[in-house]
Ligand binder design. Structure first.
Ligand code: DX5
Ligand code: ZN
Length: 222
């Protein structure tokens, strides 16, 4: 099955004082997705932003809002994030006691639904849910900060997940987040990644149109 390669720039590395301009610049540069890193200072040792900011910026953007929740008990806030304009909500398997219930609730609320796994979390934790997911996110760094180094064993995990996906839900996307660069993009795509998140390797290299094209070429999509 031929899948489209998608780059989802992580706003964690953008200029937080100029977020409206940054979102507009992404759209003008031809990006389709944008990745929001929501952190609570409990599941991860950092705090970023929440649903009021997303809601305020939603009004001026047509990008696909890919919302990565790094928060404990995300089930408490799902309706708020959908109301704020999230197109996709991704919860960590490690943060919610009843993962199937949380996934079903995201679906019921009308958003696309994804589950993220930390580097050390086994694929077993998500295996039975594959038929009902739009996407699985494999963390390739320990979540909390941008600019970290890609953890190499992610590649094996990615190949294993790709095989499971082909058996159980070929439509499901696989996203990789953390330390993604144009250099490791060819290997990631070959191993089955469809959506790559990039913070520092994207925003630190303007202009955005050219940087996007560099990723697309590395993915064999241009
Ligand atoms: C890490 C976040 C990532 C991160 C990606 O907790 O989930 O989205 O910001 O940033 P880079 O591409 O710099 O590793
Ligand atoms: Zn993220």
């Amino acid at each position: 099955m031929q899948r489209e390669f998608i780059l989802s720039p992580s706003l964690l590395s953008c200029d937080f004082g100029r977020m409206t301009e940054e979102l507009n610049a992404l759209e003008e540069a031809g990006l389709k997705w944008v990745h929001w890193d929501v952190m609570d200072g409990r599941f991860v040792p950092n705090i970023t932003l929440g649903q009021p900011i997303i809601k305020a910026l939603r009004k001026n953007s047509n990008l696909f809002f890919d919302v990565h929740l790094m928060i404990e008990e995300p089930e408490r806030y799902l309706a708020d994030f959908v109301d704020a304009g999230a197109d996709l909500i991704c919860v960590h398997a490690e943060t919610t006691r009843h993962l199937e219930r949380t996934v079903s609730e995201i679906r019921r609320l009308g958003a696309k639904c994804a589950v993220a796994l930390n580097p050390a979390t086994s694929l077993f934790d998500v295996e039975y849910l594959i038929p009902q997911l739009d996407m699985v996110l494999l963390m390739s760094v320990n979540p909390g900060f941008g600019g970290q180094k890609f953890i190499p064993f992610t590649m094996d995990k990615l190949s294993e997940l790709s095989a499971l996906r082909n058996d159980w839900n070929p439509e499901m996307l696989i996203q990789v987040d953390g330390g993604c660069t144009p250099e490791n993009t060819p290997d990631l795509v070959a191993a089955g990644a469809d959506v790559l998140v990039s913070g520092s390797a994207f925003f630190k290299h303007p202009p955005y149109k050219e940087r996007h094209e560099t990723f697309l070429k590395a993915a064999g999509a241009l």
